[in-house]
Design a protein around this ligand. Structure first.
Ligand SMILES: Nc1nc2c(c(=O)[nH]1)N[C@H]1C(S)=C(S)[C@@H](COP(=O)(O)OP(=O)(O)OC[C@H]3O[C@@H](n4cnc5c(=O)[nH]c(N)nc54)[C@H](O)[C@@H]3O)O[C@H]1N2
Ligand SMILES: Nc1nc2c(c(=O)[nH]1)N[C@H]1C(S)=C(S)[C@@H](COP(=O)(O)OP(=O)(O)OC[C@H]3O[C@@H](n4cnc5c(=O)[nH]c(N)nc54)[C@H](O)[C@@H]3O)O[C@H]1N2
Ligand code: SF4
Ligand SMILES: [Mo]
Length: 728
């Protein structure tokens, strides 16, 4: 072959033989980045490329997870048919058989153990339509009071805190467009750089414009790097920290008296409480020098505008609601809310972390943020659902408490849709044991997750590529994710599965939907007049406007950018400042000689939640192939450890083995372990079962633990002393 021919041949080989472009939206975090998946055929090879698509929230940006999301959706381990466990093995069955199994098992349990023996466990990764339908399925289709969801482990403190302080909870009170123009930003317990990477440019722009950024986190992270001041506090001390900042603001007369007078209740009582607070004690308890407390409080108080963002660092605590309210107190006292460039944001976690907490998946909630204990709300929703108020069940218990009910024997069957509680719940050993006690467990998933493996019946659900529906993003913007692929194998949409179940349980006439849009049309009416009012939103309007910020109460409305400009959502129009329980914080998690270190848990950039999806993606898995323990080298040496060595971590609840990772970026009294792995690396085997009394959030962010080398302790001690080396 001549040189010329060879060249010609090679260029031909590289030519793309076919290209298909799919419009999609990332299945992972609350940014809900819009993207295109491009499938190219080059000779015999198929390659995929993902690129960002412009939209008001993420402006075409993507992070590494979004770029590789298709890898799990296309993965060969996707479940393609219903699977029934027979003698310990899963065998494929038809949908007809699967539905017959559900009908007979559910009916038998209802008859033998009562209606409330059935339970439903949902997810904030479901679309609004599916989250709404799951609430309806539980109350109308299965007639049980027991439904709750994974958002209880995620957004519960933020939701309860905002509802109590403002009267309504839309994560962000302002749209992201305002962030670049604010003068001071507090980032409390959030690692946006790894968890919502495409939000970062808003904050970087603010910094370029001169904003002063304060980060509060026991670790130095890619997020704290952009801060002017990093308060590296002891885990679990954020209520005290927020109270100390408020005390300084009040003492230094940086409060907005007019705002407090006109728009806020409760300030006098809080001020009285602050009198008794000793700043030296606060400095001691939080581990933050008084000088830094002053620096933070004075800057925030003096700047003309300011915003506070909180996330799971302060919220996943057994006093998480108080922590949220503590930071909101700072905004109310300084009048930094309801005006341009000032406001609050609870940085939502899951793709539909916002919407899925509004439409009835919670034990005490009906759609549109209505209450299941309010007679008017019940009557309204019963009418939308074509049933009677008296027939709607009452309030159930929270996510983790359902496992306690199983243990007590009052719940005997569970239907889990889109969640993996064996890895994500606290006290994981107990959760697994509870699930094993059930008479009947059904999971609906993409994969045979660690939870699905315990199930009697597993149903295959559609992925983000196949399923259409709306997702309410971090800003409170309702977006529409279009389906881009047909259903593979025997897979069904979550909403189809729910409708089928309602049918076999004799309530099919109330679940006769043809599309997700049909369900949305009902959701619009169900939320009408509620606190989260979607009535004015339609699929068409979302398409035209690239998303709508709720509340959107009328067809003529285009949604609401900034909340609380004139009034708050409490009946008297005022916000409510919170009295903080500071004393209890000290006793929350105490170190001892037996358990001398704080363990905190969280995330890494390349993995998502229980890792069920991202561990399946070769490009993402390669970035972090196993769990690890971040530890300060000085602490490591004190415990006879080395970098990259297997370590056993023990708490009163269990023990796990992970590899150590030396880091100067963490406090010496604290270790950090991500929660994206199961089995021996499941960090939730260590986390206690205590819950926030107000919102039932577990304390994922602080556990007292003990650490030791996992293998050959004697040999390591010898090696550390040099003796082993000499022997060789
Ligand atoms: N890459 C990635 N992104 C994600 C997710 C994921 O799994 N992976 N999950 C999504 C979901 S569902 C959620 S909820 C969000 C979570 O988003 P974040 O809340 O930002 O994530 P975390 O890593 O859980 O915790 C944030 C920070 O809190 C700090 N922290 C720990 N203890 C304390 C404490 O006591 N006080 C304070 N002030 N800070 C503390 C941790 O060191 C950590 O840096 O991320 C979403 N985005
Ligand atoms: N220690 C510790 N524990 C934590 C946290 C922490 O910070 N520390 N964070 C908590 C937080 S914030 C959260 S949000 C929870 C999350 O906890 P989980 O909800 O348990 O986590 P996921 O990994 O999202 O589980 C989703 C499951 O649904 C499947 N799935 C994905 N898409 C679909 C779909 O469209 N339909 C169906 N039917 N299935 C689908 C996935 O394969 C996966 O098995 O974990 C909590 N647990
Ligand atoms: S994980 Fe979040 S930031 Fe990353 S691409 Fe997906 S939605 Fe966007
Ligand atoms: Mo979350």
């Amino acid at each position: 072959m001549t040189e010329l021919m060879l060249k010609y041949f090679r260029s031909k080989q590289q030519e793309v033989q076919s290209e298909k472009v799919y419009e999609s939206q990332c299945p992972f975090c609350s940014m809900q980045c819009k993207m295109q998946l491009i499938k190219q055929k080059v000779v015999s090879r198929t390659t995929y490329k993902t690129i960002g698509v412009d939209n008001p929230t993420t402006q075409g940006r993507l992070c590494v997870k979004g770029m590789n999301a298709h890898q799990h959706a296309y993965h060969r381990d996707r479940i393609m048919t219903p699977l029934l466990k027979k003698e310990g093995q899963f065998v494929p069955i038809s949908w007809d058989e699967a539905m017959e199994v559900i009908r007979s098992k559910f009916s038998k349990i209802q008859k033998e153990d009562g209606m409330d023996a059935l339970s439903v466990y949902g997810s904030a990764s479901l679309t609004n339509e599916e989250a709404y339908l799951l609430g309806k399925l539980a109350r109308v289709g299965l007639k049980t009071k027991h439904i709750d969801y994974n958002g209880r482990l995620c957004m519960a403190s933020a939701a309860t805190g905002a509802n109590q302080s403002f009267g309504v909870d839309r994560g962000f009170t302002n749209s992201l467009q305002e962030v670049p123009y604010t003068r001071c930003i507090i980032l409390a317990g959030t690692n946006i750089a790894e968890c919502q990477p495409t939000i970062m440019p808003y904050f970087e722009e603010a910094k370029e414009n001169g904003a002063y950024i304060i980060a509060i986190d026991p670790r130095e992270t890619a997020t704290t790097e952009i801060a002017d001041l990093h308060l590296q506090n002891k885990p679990g001390t954020d209520v005290t920290l927020a109270a100390a900042l408020l005390k300084i603001i009040v003492e230094e007369k940086l409060i907005d008296e007019e705002f407090l007078e006109d728009r806020v209740n409760g300030f006098e009582k809080v001020a009285q409480q602050l009198d008794a607070l000793d700043l030296d004690e606060c400095a001691d308890r939080t581990g933050i020098p008084k000088k830094q407390l002053y620096q933070a409080a004075l800057t925030f108080g003096q700047e003309e505008s300011g915003m506070i963002f909180t996330a799971r660092g302060i919220e996943q605590q057994t006093n998480g609601t108080m922590a949220v309210r503590g930071f909101i107190n700072l905004l109310l006292a300084t009048g930094k809310i309801g005006k341009p460039y000032s406001g609050y944001g609870a940085i939502t976690g899951q793709g539909n972390g916002q919407g899925a907490r509004e439409h009835g998946q919670k034990a005490d909630q009906l759609p549109g943020y209505r209450s299941i204990e309010n007679i008017d709300d019940r009557t309204y929703i019963a009418q939308v659902w074509g049933t009677e108020e008296a027939k709607l069940p009452g309030k159930g218990v929270s996510a983790y408490e359902m496992f306690e009910e199983i243990d007590r024997g009052s719940i005997t069957a569970m239907f889990i849709m889109c969640s993996n509680p064996v890895i994500s719940n606290p006290n994981a050993h107990f959760v697994k044991q509870s699930l094993e006690k059930l008479k009947f467990l059904v999971t609906v998933d993409l994969f045979l997750s660690e939870t699905a493996q315990l199930a009697d019946l597993v149903l295959p659900a559609s992925s983000y590529l196949e399923d259409q529906g709306t997702m309410t993003n971090v800003e409170g913007r309702v977006t529409l994710r279009e389906a881009s692929h047909p259903l593979p194998g025997e897979v069904k949409h979550d909403w189809e599965i729910m409708s089928e179940i309602a049918r076999v349980m004799g309530e099919g006439d109330k679940f006769s939907y043809q599309s997700s849009e049909d369900i949305f049309e009902e959701l619009r009416v169900a939320t009408r007049g509620g606190r989260a009012d979607y009535y004015g939103i339609t699929y068409e309007k979302i398409r035209q406007n690239q998303g709508i910020l709720w509340p959107c109460p009328t067809i003529n409305s285009n949604g609401t950018e900034r909340l609380f400009e004139e009034k708050f959502a409490h009946t008297d129009g005022k916000a409510l400042m919170a009295q903080l329980e500071i004393q209890s914080e000290e006793k929350k998690v105490q170190l001892s000689t037996q358990f001398p270190l704080y363990l905190t848990t969280g995330r890494v950039m390349s993995h998502y939640l229980t890792g069920e999806q991202t561990r399946k993606s070769p490009s993402l898995a390669a970035r972090e192939i196993e769990s690890y323990m971040e530890i300060h080298p000085d602490t490591g040496e004190r415990y006879h450890l080395k970098d990259r060595m297997l370590v056993r971590i023990t708490s009163p609840y269990g023990s796990i083995v992970v590899r150590s990772r030396w880091s100067n970026h963490i406090r010496e009294d604290t270790i950090f372990v991500p929660f994206h792995w199961g089995g021996e690396q499941n960090v939730n085997r260590l986390v206690a079962d205590e819950l926030d009394p107000l919102c039932r959030m577990p304390g994922f962010k602080v556990t007292a633990v003990h650490i030791e080398p996992a293998v050959n302790r004697e040999e390591i001690l010898l090696e550390n002393s040099g003796a082993l080396y000499q022997k060789k």
